[in-house]
Unconditional design. Structure first.
Length: 552
């Protein structure tokens, strides 16, 4: 068994190149070798990067426009949350029959809308299960009348229970059947609960224990085991069908610092030692919790530190089980305050590029960005306003008449446009980094370049630390790769003032299809000289660029 270690810099083997003389007009240099493949994952890095950008939660008011955009950028997983419990009834034998067909069956209808989107987009559902309880399984006041009026009064504050574990498992089996058999999603994923370490777990009886406590963990692990038992029973009844089940869907960082113990280490150990079904390890992470790799101090350890600890536990108890970030974004603060602005602006977009690169380096298996559109709320005059603070790809279509893309969506779009396989490319500077790819058949090079160096406090506004940098780019083997002397260089940019709907909104500009779109900022022809191609780009602080090189 080996511990997967995150790589502090994926281009250490290229440091000798950086000692070569760089063009004198720049304070940062990126060296690219278009004909030399490169991988930090041991496989196809570009396809894995696209896998990391292929999931999103389908809230709050997505429509046909957002569905079309998600399909275009290659979304393959739709996270379905708030779709439990399903309406229906238990028969005399305790089997659960899913209800359908009238307005009271809102959970079925909401799940159906998610599944419909999955069909339209060509995506697989990632269903959050065991977040609620059917009324017949919920604890009632009569069940705790011997514990006093104070306890009885708490019963309605949360879905306590279940009162019958066998019926609960039957319910779970019916849920699997409804999604996988009735609706035909044989490859659906199911994740148990939502952030149970923070209190998002069904507990047997009131009062609810403290967040991160041993009692809360034990309740969650018992809940998870029962869902896992139901999954195994369902598989036995449906030969050839596999329920892909995961957890613990925790906030992750919280019990690295607080609580009775580290939940993720305990959960992995318990599943391994007790042989509990676990097909993927689901974690949540937001950029305002801590730095990515120790760049600045925070309450929690860096992302890479926490991931190394998690991977070590996985490798010890459950070797080979993939790790997935089933909820992520720049900040978990989701209002219209200053700290939440990074979920809408260029700093959050640059962080997104840096975080995706870090997940790639650390060999994370898959990821799901939090949500599709912003939520809307009434202002003091009763008029709808957009809540920009959600880690989402689009603004709310009801507020603005259309779901215009937010800056972060453009980063996903840029990655979707990259072609071929990853090739050698050096880091440009302390804050400028790059992932390059090349398609030898098309004679095309694509580059994702980001300039990121912000400090993101957990509860305060982000502090910009990056500076504008003029970056020299040198394609060392341009003549042998392109076979031509004239190359067209095109660039698209996300920055504070470009491709940024939030910035326009703050300036009072009316949003439209043109000014919110990903903007092309360069289209220049260059000549190959001495076998190389040299050009430069200006990267503003907290910006992301897509650069394409093709034969003129």
């Amino acid at each position: 068994m080996r511990t997967i270690k995150c790589i502090a810099s994926i281009f250490l083997s290229l440091t000798a190149l950086c000692a070569l003389s760089a063009p004198c007009f720049s304070n940062a240099t990126i060296w690219v070798k278009a004909g030399a493949g490169w991988s930090v994952t041991g496989g196809d890095d570009l396809q894995q990067l696209k896998r990391l950008t292929a999931g999103v939660g389908h809230e709050f008011e997505p429509n046909s426009d957002t569905d079309a955009a998600l399909k275009r950028i290659g979304i393959k997983t739709i996270r379905c949350i708030n779709v439990d419990p399903l309406d229906g009834k238990f028969d005399t034998k305790g089997n659960f029959i899913v209800g359908k067909g009238d307005d009271s069956n809102r959970y079925v209808q909401y799940l159906d809308s998610h599944l419909k989107t999955c069909r339209q987009v060509g995506a697989n559902p990632h269903v959050i299960i065991a977040t609620g309880l059917h009324p017949d399984l919920r604890l009632k006041e009569a069940d705790v009348k011997d514990k006093g009026e104070s306890i009885m009064g708490m019963v309605h504050s949360a879905p306590y229970g279940p009162t019958d574990w066998q019926k609960f498992r039957n319910y779970c089996e019916s849920y699997f059947e409804y999604v996988m058999i009735t609706n035909g999603f044989q490859n659906a994923e199911f994740e148990v609960a939502n952030e149970p370490d923070g209190g998002g777990v069904i507990y047997p009886y009131p009062p609810m224990p403290a967040a991160g406590s041993r009692a809360l963990y034990e309740a969650y692990f018992n809940l998870y085991k029962n869902v896992a038992m139901a999954a195994e029973s369902f598989e036995q009844k449906h030969p050839g069908t596999k329920v892909r089940l995961g957890g613990p869907a925790i906030t992750w960082a919280f019990t690295f610092k607080f609580g009775d113990f580290n939940w993720i280490e305990r959960f992995i150990r318990d599943c391994g030692e007790q042989n509990v079904k676990l097909d993927f390890i689901g974690l949540h992470f937001y950029g305002n919790l801590c730095s990515l790799d120790g760049e600045y101090p925070a309450i929690y350890g860096s992302y890479t530190h926490m991931l190394r600890v998690t991977q070590a536990a996985r490798d010890k108890y459950l070797p080979g089980v993939p790790i997935s970030f089933t909820e992520w974004g720049p900040s978990y603060i989701t209002d219209n305050s200053g700290p939440s602005a990074i979920n809408a602006n260029n700093i959050g977009s640059a962080w997104t590029a840096a975080f995706l690169n870090m997940m790639l380096q650390c060999k994370v298996d898959s990821a799901i960005y939090l949500v599709t559109t912003d939520i809307r709320v009434p202002d003091k005059n009763g008029k709808w306003e957009n809540v920009w603070g959600w880690p989402s790809m689009f603004i709310n279509p009801v507020v603005f008449g259309k779901a215009y893309p937010k800056a972060t969506f453009h980063v996903f779009d840029m990655i979707a446009q990259m072609e071929g396989r990853r090739v050698e490319a050096t880091r440009g500077s302390n804050t400028v980094n790059c992932i390059a790819s090349a398609d030898a058949n098309k004679k095309k090079v694509t580059m994702l370049v980001w300039n990121y160096g912000a400090v993101i406090p957990e509860g305060d506004v982000a502090i910009e630390k990056a500076k504008q940098e003029k970056v020299a780019v040198r394609i060392r083997d341009a003549a042998s790769f392109f076979g031509a002397r004239n190359i067209k260089v095109q660039r698209w940019l996300v920055s504070k003032d470009t491709s940024n709907a939030y910035s326009l909104f703050k300036k009072g500009v009316k949003l439209d299809d043109t000014n919110t779109a990903l903007k092309q900022v360069e289209n220049v022809n260059y000549k190959v000289k001495d076998g190389r191609l040299d050009f430069s780009i200006v990267t503003p602080p907290s910006s992301v660029s897509l650069v394409t090189l093709t034969i003129q």
